[in-house]
Design a protein around this ligand. Structure first.
Ligand SMILES: [Zn+2]
Length: 273
């Protein structure tokens, strides 16, 4: 699943490409979207802004219409110039929003719905999101309290729970815990307040550094970190994806194990953590 910083960058890229522009063409393979479009067309509306909230992307159109998308594991938004060849198969297309300058194409997006300002405000999943690490009004004390309230749950699982804290995905879960030398399998309640605050601050730092790097620039957004040599995860991550390789700090082989209800892989160094 993409991390919060990936979604944040996607929203920012979409915002830069689309905000202030009129939608000339709308296409979707998703009946829930086309039904709304038939009743109250998206075509002709102006894109007011695009923002991320946790791992949701919210695209606001004039006339009080909001498109919410969530990428889950495989979804992505791409930006193309009109006429530019898509880098994914047409059969993977779920949504196309075309303005005079750009075409935003959502591929394999599993969750998409139109909302109004009212239904957005009442939206269950959005309302239940924990403090968003990438939001300007991120409440650190609230985040620390929410983590500590999950007494018996393993900290590696707690960090992935978007209702506790929004933005951390599976990569940063392992990386943050390593950086803070916290064992992923200890119960959240056994960590003191300073340790939890350190986790929150580290997660915020990791996400914000990556959110601010302009890898995607304005060309094409490919939904996950660029796979240039410099951004190769194997080259720049501490533990994630490095099972059996020596710890970069102490040389102990990195371990991996499925954790939590969804059996997400957790990487850690038994020497450092
Ligand atoms: Zn180590």
């Amino acid at each position: 699943m993409p991390e919060g910083d990936t979604i944040f960058r996607a929203a920012r890229t979409l915002h830069r490409a689309l905000a202030g522009k009129t939608i000339l063409r709308f296409e979707s393979m998703l009946p829930a979207l086309t039904r709304v479009h038939e009743d109250s067309p998206v075509t002709g509306r102006t894109v007011e802004n695009v923002e991320s909230r946790g791992k949701h992307v919210l695209m606001r159109f004039s006339g009080g219409l909001v498109l919410r998308t969530h990428m889950r594991m495989n979804g992505s938004w791409h930006i193309y110039r009109p006429g530019e060849a898509w880098r994914r198969a047409r059969r993977d297309m779920r949504i196309v929003l075309a303005t005079p300058d750009f075409e935003a194409v959502g591929f394999n997006i599993p969750v998409a719905e139109f909302l109004t300002d009212r239904s957005l405000a009442r939206h269950d999943e959005l309302r239940r999101l924990g403090p968003d690490l990438l939001s300007d009004d991120f409440d650190e004390a609230d985040a620390v309290a929410r983590i500590r309230a999950r007494h018996a749950t393993e900290i590696g699982e707690v960090l992935l729970n978007q209702r506790v804290l929004a933005g951390i995905g599976n990569v940063y879960k392992s990386e943050v815990l390593f950086a803070c030398r916290v064992n992923p399998f200890v119960a959240a309640g056994t960590l003191d307040e300073a340790a939890v605050r350190n986790l929150v601050e580290t997660a915020k730092k990791f996400l914000r550094v990556n959110a601010s790097s302009d890898l995607a620039a304005m060309t094409t957004y490919t939904g996950f970190r660029r796979t240039t040599r410099r951004d190769d995860p194997g080259q720049r991550l501490w533990v994630y994806g490095r099972a059996r390789q020596p710890c970069r700090r102490c040389g102990t082989p990195i371990r991996v194990r499925a954790q939590g209800g969804n059996a997400r892989l957790t990487y850690w160094c038994p020497g450092c953590q």
